[in-house]
Ligand binder design. Sequence first.
Ligand code: B12
Length: 209
Amino acid sequence: MQEELFNKIVNMDEEGSIKLAKEYLDRGGKPQELLEVCRRAMDAIGEKFEKGEYFLSELLLGGEIFKSIMEFVLPLLEESETTKLGTIVLGTVKDDIHSIGKDIFKAFAQAAGFEVIDLGVDVPEEKFVEAVREHKPDIVGMSCLITAGISSMKRTREALRASGLEDIKIIIGGGRVDESVKQFVGADAWSDDAARGVRICKELLGVEG
Ligand code: B12
């Protein structure tokens, strides 16, 4: 069923994908597994786009299918713990408008007990600085899916330092991040997986679990 769903998404069968995703949950499938199938399908769509087999319209439709599925999957995650673990200011960085991965990380973090202040997409460094001053979070999370966003993350890191907010913990995530990007940006941690990202946030705060 996972492969069938993967193929339906990659082949842009919006109605069929949504129907099958609902069936998957009805049969007891886990929301996290469903999101992982969707993420793999997005990678495949991205590869087709890179090869010139798909165009921007397919990227858009793929994103729409994923968002439609998220509408009924993400609320299922918001059940677990009640104690507040900490606050995360989160945004997709300047020049990058990809929102899906950020929204998934947000849902996972909320489900684990974090309060998340979501600044949206294409967020300039000043807005991160303002939000950190206002909300005094424990962690800043930056999402980045395009190469151009890497320098935005670095500028945001520098703007936080220049504003005397150098002690804030920073985690970066999304398809364009890895250890070398983490070092370039000067972040404390990175993850290209929402569940692992939440575990790392707990570690950064010294919280058990
Ligand atoms: C859907 C999509 C779009 C949609 C976005 C819709 C939306 N609302 O988000 C639209 C059509 C708008 C779009 C536009 C563009 N896109 Co696009 N897009 C994609 C695609 C196919 C899927 C992205 C996605 O949602 N993946 C699924 C999510 C779940 O994965 P994820 O983001 O990695 O998130 C997971 C983790 O990384 C993590 N995570 C995410 N954020 C965070 C944050 C923190 C703090 C943590 C801890 C974890 C975390 O949690 C998530 C779940 O595990 C990718 C292909 C790909 N392989 O990524 C291309 C891709 C990212 N796009 C690409 C490009 C080039 C573009 C455009 C420039 C195209 C154009 N010519 O206009 C524009 C960019 C506009 C801009 N300024 O940002 C390239 C980027 C290449 C590069 N190196 O820069 C990609 C890689 C496609 C490709 N292979 O060429 N795109």
